[in-house]
Design a protein around this ligand. Sequence first.
Ligand code: CA
Length: 227
Amino acid sequence: MTRVLVVEDDPQLVRALVLNLQARKYGVDAAPDGATALRLAAARRPDMVVLDLGLPDMDGVDVIKELRGWTRLPILVLSARRASDEKVAALDAGADDYITKPFSMDELMARLRAAVRRTETAPLAPETVLVVTDDFSIDLLAKKATRAGHDIRLTPTEWHLLEILVTSPGRLITQKHLLQEVWGVSHSNKTNYLRVYMAQLRRKLETDPSHPRCLITEPGMGYRFEG
Ligand code: CA
């Protein structure tokens, strides 16, 4: 049985979520605040988390950061806020997908299924552990990036993108594939996310970010890593 941890302080919404999830044969735990959520996540080891960003005791983004300290389980964010900053912060902290309130239960269930599928089909540990270029090196196992002898700090989202690219050297990876892998199916047209994150990666890793040698754009198509 797939276990879902629902983190939400609105009792009516919790009730609706619990009923709908149980009807679809999910096991459900519910937490009304961030502290309870973190405790239950550790104690019950759910298969995924549905997380409201506006919690009474702590910011949902901080809950994501805490969880990402020890687990890669899928996190689907419920956001009542229109501010895309909030969603970007949640994705950046390591959320897998988000859905804006109000949402239909059918859509939420579809997102949950997609998140579970992505986890199941996630590639195994890459065979390449150390990727070395003239500009930077990446240790995929230790999750360390260095440039000119200095450690480079990357966000979870930047890592995810970089990992996909460097494990397929020389291959064109389409925008759609990258968006679906990193942000989820519902974001497969958000090519602006990619532009922003690829620019960040280049700034951090390339010696001359405006003339990248390793993180190459194929205009209108996608990106390619040249080792
Ligand atoms: Ca709330």
